[in-house]
Design a protein. Structure first.
Lengths: 508, 334
């Protein structure tokens, strides 16, 4: 049963900053939802809006249904009752959220006294129990906040949030200022409490790795919107949206040679909430931007089982987009690469699958981009667009090699086109058809070259060979010549392309 | 020289048996923040100093920069012991620069970017063209074109850009060493990668050595050559990043790595918090929280008594992998 249902929530601050721009979230009891994003993406505003804690003058639209009751339209008396007892918040920075001149036990007892009309003695007893529950001796109730360490203060905050047996707990950066070991202690505690008491938990953090480890589902926010949502592990390991990919790649996996001496970030800064860019809000920073991204807003769409992502390269919107997208695309692909081969790939595969063709997963890596292309194509197909789509796809592929250059959007696209056209053209044709038909195998892409190659094969079974050759060549060159610096990156990109094509491949 | 026989250049900066103690409160025992550390940083090397809050890593970094006088031991820079006269320190600080955690706190909000970067040049009476030096520092720090940033104020910049300004300020004097205390802890994930990439690039392009103080082991994996893990004032494990982070030998390092979100295997969550540095336990300083000792493995290895009574030797500062643990030692050489 749905504990919390947020529908099309919009929050605009008095200064005109659109902090939250249409967010839908659902949470069941016992479920843990992670909300990730950079500072300024609206994640904390979202938390405050859930309990109507925003400053006066803020415009809030949409619905926040807590157990079916809309928090945004309740009378104030009811809101006060819901706070603490229905839903409570563990704020960021336990140092500043506790009153320094009151003993922590009294601070925990306060909401109990207000909500339960318990006697003072009973409230004190309950405060002691709560402290033990969060792993502190009950005797610490008489301590002042400054006498506790950061981890202990955070435990007090959690005890306080649990004081009135809420159904929903919102934890805003609950471990941000803590050391790894203390963070691990607090996360274990939160997990245990959620499991024992069948709470719903919304955990907000910029640390995608922590959220992926703790939560069941993840929502990645950018510029006031959810841009990707899905099972936590899947989103972290195999993000579909270029922003989610970049965020995920920013957390190094220790022991992974790909991140050794290779920290990954995302150039640029998040948009100013009072001047969100037109089209897809992420397009100015997107390593895989297409022309269409600058003009058309991207909404969440299906991206595999239980997953949604707001990127033009994910799924299809039904209309022609595939075609133009593709054309434009070439560039797009790159994004994947940039993000990190691994990730990108995964994504690519996925979509493909959705389509049907998709066997690709194998291809994994290279991929990201390509997949996209592939996907669209695929999509296009479904409708019947196929022919066109395919070719396009081909092109898209080519583009990828460019990838390294990647970032430069505009140019890239152009480049891609020029470079490989030959290759593309070729591939595309065969591919298109062939591809769809075939289950697509894919995997191959291995080398940067990969792309070119795959593409070729892809074509129909038959075509594949011949086609492949030519295709390969250009691709290869592109790779070599190209800006592409890293093998990996490059590789990836191509792969992507390959993928599109690839699908076909498997068939043979 | 390292143990594997490859000659290594002499260290640029080293701590030799460094101790820093602060007087205890109300006549209590002194707080031993740094309690016997050897640590070398060679030219062009990036060393990560990791540990929990309160382990003494920041105090060690401050002592290395001459901001705190050691109570025992010495800091050696380029072969000469650090002197604490104000003129000597000023000269030293031109060659070794500090980058702090929170760029919003380390930039004067009323100064422009230009003034922030030029301040060091003025203090050190830079002889050449100040404007050119500022522009060069800004572009090295990735703020291009630099002229566009001259007149901005910190509040007009994003967190990542502010940290770049702080780094540009440090670079303006062409130092040989940067000491960065949690340089990315206050930044968003995307900016984090950008700043770390900048530190790596400065090493490649300018041969800049760096000591990065952090509690983030992923950061060490991202950019450091060597890592030193500190616990209660002492380095308990050190060595090349690949060795220490993929095959940790000290139970403390093992525990720190095991609780990371990506870590394989069961997490070893240590209970409690690091003990008070005014009361460092006798024997091994980690014994009270050591899962190996508590689990009986140390006893099976026959070292439990030593863990309780004998302090492991202080590790050398050089490059080879070393660990200050009786149990780990017994496992290697039984």
């Amino acid at each position: 049963m749905t504990l919390l249902d947020v529908r099309d929530l919009e929050v605009t601050y008095p200064g005109g900053a659109a902090a939250v721009r249409g967010v839908d979230l659902r949470l069941a009891a016992g479920e843990k939802l992670g909300v990730a994003g950079e500072s300024g993406c609206g994640k904390s505003t979202l938390a405050l809006a859930l309990l109507r804690l925003l400053p006066a003058g803020t415009r809030v639209r949409g619905q926040v249904l807590l157990d079916g009751e809309d928090v945004l339209t309740m009378r104030w008396g009811r809101v006060r009752a819901v706070r603490w007892a229905g839903a409570s918040i563990v704020f960021q920075g336990a140092m500043h959220s506790l009153n320094p001149v009151h003993r922590v036990g009294d601070q925990i007892a306060e909401p109990i006294l207000l909500h339960r009309k318990a006697t003072a003695a009973a409230a004190r007893r309950r405060a002691g129990e709560l402290l033990e529950h969060v792993g502190l001796p009950a005797a610490r109730a008489s301590a002042y906040p400054h006498e506790l360490s950061g981890g202990q203060r955070q435990r007090v905050m959690i005890a306080m949030a649990l004081a009135c047996d809420p159904r929903l707990v919102v934890a805003d950066e609950p471990t941000t200022a803590l050391d790894v070991m203390i963070q691990a202690q607090i996360l274990r505690l939160i997990e245990q409490l959620v499991a024992e008491q069948d709470l719903g938990l919304i955990m907000i953090s910029h640390d995608l790795a922590v959220l992926a480890d703790t939560c069941d589902r993840l929502a990645v926010m950018y510029a006031g919107r959810v841009v990707e949502e899905g099972p936590a592990r899947a989103v972290y390991d195999d993000a579909r949206h270029p922003y989610a990919q970049a965020l995920s790649a920013a957390f190094p996996r220790i022991g992974d040679p790909a991140s050794r001496f290779a920290p990954r970030g995302l150039p640029g800064d998040p948009p100013d909430p009072s001047a969100v860019p037109a089209g897809c809000a992420f397009h100015p920073r997107c390593p895989a931007v297409l022309d269409v991204c600058t003009t058309r807003d991207q909404v969440l769409r299906e991206a595999g089982e239980g997953r949604r992502a707001a990127c033009v390269r994910v799924g299809a919107e039904g209309d022609a987009p595939a075609a133009d997208a593709a054309a434009t695309t070439g560039a797009g692909t790159d994004a994947g690469s940039a993000a990190g081969a691994g990730t990108a790939t995964g994504s690519a595969s996925e979509p493909a699958a959705g389509t049907g063709a998709t066997a690709d997963p194998a291809a994994g890596t290279g991929t990201a981009t390509a997949p996209v292309a592939g996907t669209e194509a695929a999509t296009g197909l479904a409708p019947g667009a196929e022919a066109n789509a395919e070719p396009t796809a081909g092109v898209g592929t080519d583009t990828e090699p460019v990838t390294e250059a990647e970032t430069a959007t505009g140019p890239v696209a152009g480049a891609g086109a020029d470079t490989r056209p030959a290759g593309t053209g070729t591939n595309a044709g065969p591919t298109g058809t062939g591809t769809n038909a075939g289950p697509t195998g894919t995997g191959t892409n291995a080398g940067p070259t990969g792309t070119g190659t795959d593409a070729g094969p892809t074509g129909t079974g038959t075509n594949a060979e011949p086609a492949a050759e030519p295709a390969a060549e250009p691709a290869a060159e592109a790779a070599a010549a190209g800006p592409a610096t890293d093998a990996a990156a490059t590789g990836a990109a191509p792969a992507g392309e390959a993928t599109g094509t690839s699908r076909t491949r498997s068939t043979p | 020289m390292t143990d594997d026989g490859t000659p290594s250049p002499p260290p640029l900066l080293s701590a030799r048996d460094l101790h820093v103690a602060f007087p205890g409160r109300r006549g209590g025992p002194p707080l031993r923040a740094v309690d016997g550390v050897h640590l070398d940083i060679r030219p062009g090397e990036i060393v990560a100093l990791v540990g929990e809050s309160g382990c003494g890593k920041t105090t060690l970094a401050r002592a290395l920069l001459g901001l705190v006088r050691p109570t025992r031991g010495q800091v050696v820079f380029a072969g000469r012991p650090l002197e604490y006269g104000s003129r000597a320190l000023k000269t030293y600080r031109r060659r070794a620069q500090l980058v702090l955690q929170d760029p919003s706190g380390s930039l004067n909000p009323r100064h422009t970017v230009y003034e922030a970067v030029a301040e060091g040049l003025r203090i050190h009476r830079h002889g050449g063209d100040e404007r050119e030096a500022v522009a060069r520092a800004l572009s090295r720090a990735g703020l291009r074109p630099p002229e566009r940033f001259f007149l901005r104020h910190p509040h007009e910049l994003s967190g990542g850009q502010r940290q770049r300004v702080v780094i540009a300020g440090a670079l303006a004097l062409d130092p040989e060493l940067l000491v960065a205390d949690e340089p990315v802890a206050s930044l968003d994930a995307s900016a984090r990668g950008e700043i770390l990439a900048l530190l790596l690039r400065l090493r490649t392009e300018l041969g800049l050595a760096a000591l990065v103080v952090t509690h983030d082991l992923g950061l060490a994996w991202n950019i450091a050559d060597r890592v030193a893990v500190m616990y209660l004032g002492r380095v308990v494990e050190t060595g090349p990043v690949e060795d220490v982070l993929t095959a940790p030998r000290h139970p403390y390092t093992q525990a720190l790595l095991s609780v990371l979100p990506e870590a394989p295997g069961a997490p070893v969550v240590l209970t409690g918090e690091p003990p008070d540095p005014t009361h460092i336990p006798s024997g091994c300083r980690f014994q009270a929280r050591c899962p190996v000792l508590a689990g009986g493995e140390a006893a099976r290895a026959g070292v439990a008594d030593r863990c309780r009574t004998e302090e492991p030797a202080v590790l050398e500062g050089g490059g080879r992998a070393q660990v200050a643990c009786h149990w780990a030692g017994a496992r290697v050489a039984p």
